[in-house]
Design a protein around this ligand. Sequence first.
Ligand code: SF4
Ligand code: SF4
Length: 183
Amino acid sequence: MSNQGKERPIKASEIDPTFKYELQKIHGAENFLQCFQCGTCTSDCPVARFSDSYRPRTLIHMAQLGLKDRVLNSDTLWLCAACFTCTDRCPQDVEVANVIRVFCNLAVEKGCVPQVFRDQAQSLVETGYAYKIPELRLKKRESQGLPPLPKGNTDAVKKILKDVKFFKRIQQQQKPQGETPNV
Ligand code: SF4
Ligand code: SF4
């Protein structure tokens, strides 16, 4: 995966002129072509404020240009905190946060998922928690007289991940490290 890719010159062969039509058919991204690149979304984005590379305006511009692979391979996509500030402030009524979500969903379909999210999915399947709680911390809770953590509903999690074909999709391009759960 790469960052937003604006440092590399664009080659004509990278441009997919059909990408914009594909996006316009997906709920949440229908009006992304209305973006006139004012930069309000980026300037008000709390993540962009602390990141050198995350720029929602740039991602939308890249999509308008048809740079599908650059958008979907961008690991900065995943930095969006889904706070919807950009959507509230966009003067063109572009649902920016939803457009970013659509990019992430398309990236998952291509198997472009950062390892950290693969790890979280693996942990959810095994424990019902997004993060594996270290044994030491569990013992510390016990020593402090705290009750044991409730057991996660791993059956429900497995069913959801199976229904959305999560692991099959992320296996298409890049195999996650370690065992892939059988869902
Ligand atoms: S605020 Fe809206 S119009 Fe302005 S750059 Fe962002 S998406 Fe485009
Ligand atoms: S929804 Fe994402 S892109 Fe929009 S302002 Fe929040 S963090 Fe930034």
